[in-house]
Design a protein around this ligand. Structure first.
Ligand code: SF4
Length: 275
C-alpha cells in the first residue's frame, strides 16, 4: 500500500510507525476512525488536553508580545493552568535569552522523497547565531534524558531545523549551534537540553531516510509485540487487543518512568490537536 497523495511525515507518524506498524497503517494509510477511548478517566484526560492547548496558546501570545496582565486574566478560571503560567513566567533562562523569537513555527525538509514536517513551539535565534528550539511538555513529571533521546521527536526536530532552518534565516546554519530544549511545565527548572552536531545530523539523515523508505516498501503491517502499547490505543478492539482502555492513574502510580505508551496517547498526544 503506497502513501496517500501529498502525505507528509511528522515525528508523531514516525513514532506511530516505530511503535506499531499496524497503527500507522490504520491511522495514516486507511484513515480509520475508531471510537475507542485513549485512556480513563476520560474527563480528566480531556481536561488535561484542553489545558495543554490553552497553555501553548498563552505562551505563543506572550512570545508575540501580548501584555502579561491581560493574558493572566484569561487563565483565572483554572488554578492548574495558572500554576503552569507562573512557572513559565519564572523561567528566566528563556526570558533572559536575547534574540528573534519564532513561536509556533513550522518547517519541513524532504527525506527519501517525502516531506518531513516539524512544528516547533518556539524557536529563539540569538544574535550570535545560536538556534534554540523550545518544546513544552505537560507531563506530571520529568522523564529521563534517555527517554527523550529515544523519541523520534528529538531526532526529527533537530534534523529538520538543521536541514531547513537556513531557509528561514537566509544563511546556512552552524549545526553545532542548534539545540533542542524540552521544558516540563510542572518542573520548568529541570529542562532537558540536546545539542546538535554534524555527526548527529549525518546519523539522523541515514536513520530517517531508512525509516521513511521502509514505510514505502512495507508489505506487512504487523501488530506490535508490546501489548502495553495497546492499552492506550483507540484501535485495541479492532485489533482484538482488549476493550477497556488503560487508566491514567494506574500508569502514574505503577511506572517508574513515563512509558512510551503514555507519551503519545495520554500526554504528548496534545501535539496532535494543533500545536
Ligand atoms: S491496538 Fe495495539 S496492535 Fe492495534 S494498532 Fe493499537 S497499538 Fe497497534
Amino acid at each position: 500500500m503506497s502513501l496517500p497523495e501529498g502525505f507528509r511525515f511528522s515525528q508523531s507518524s514516525l513514532q506511530d510507525y516505530v511503535d506499531c506498524p499496524r497503527r500507522f497503517q490504520l491511522r495514516y494509510l486507511e484513515s480509520q476512525s475508531w471510537p475507542g477511548v485513549h485512556v480513563e478517566p476520560v474527563l480528566e484526560h480531556e481536561q488535561h488536553v484542553y489545558r495543554g492547548t490553552r497553555f501553548h496558546r498563552l505562551v505563543e501570545r506572550h512570545q508575540l508580545g501580548m501584555d502579561v496582565a491581560l493574558l493572566a486574566e484569561t487563565v483565572a478560571d483554572d488554578p492548574d493552568l495558572q500554576a503552569w503560567w507562573r512557572a513559565y513566567l519564572d523561567f528566566d533562562f528563556l526570558h533572559d535569552l536575547e534574540g528573534a523569537r519564532y513561536p509556533e513555527l513550522s518547517l519541513f525538509t524532504v527525506v527519501a522523497g517525502v516531506p518531513l514536517m516539524a512544528m516547533f513551539d518556539l524557536v529563539v535565534v540569538t544574535p550570535g547565531g545560536r538556534v534554540v528550539i523550545f518544546d513544552w511538555k505537560t507531563y506530571a513529571r520529568v522523564p529521563s534524558r534517555q527517554w527523550f533521546a529515544a523519541r523520534l521527536q528529538t531526532r526529527v526536530y533537530l534534523y529538520v531545523m538543521a536541514a531547513a532552518g537556513g531557509r528561514l534565516l537566509g544563511y546556512e546554519l552552524d549545526l553545532d549551534q542548534i539545540s533542542l530544549i524540552y521544558c516540563v511545565v510542572s518542573q520548568m527548572d529541570s529542562f532537558v537540553v540536546f545539542d546538535y552536531s554534524v555527526a548527529l545530523f549525518d546519523g539522523d539523515r541515514g536513520y530517517l531516510s531508512g525509516l521513511v523508505s521502509g514505510v514505502g516498501a512495507r508489505l506487512d503491517w504487523l501488530l506490535t509485540a508490546d501489548e502495553q502499547l495497546c492499552r492506550f490505543c483507540v484501535y485495541r478492539s479492532l485489533c482484538g487487543r482488549g476493550v477497556r482502555s488503560g487508566n491514567l492513574l494506574d500508569i502514574s502510580n505503577s511506572h517508574d518512568n513515563i512509558s512510551d505508551v503514555v507519551d503519545f496517547f495520554v500526554l504528548g498526544g496534545v501535539g496532535e490537536v494543533g500545536f
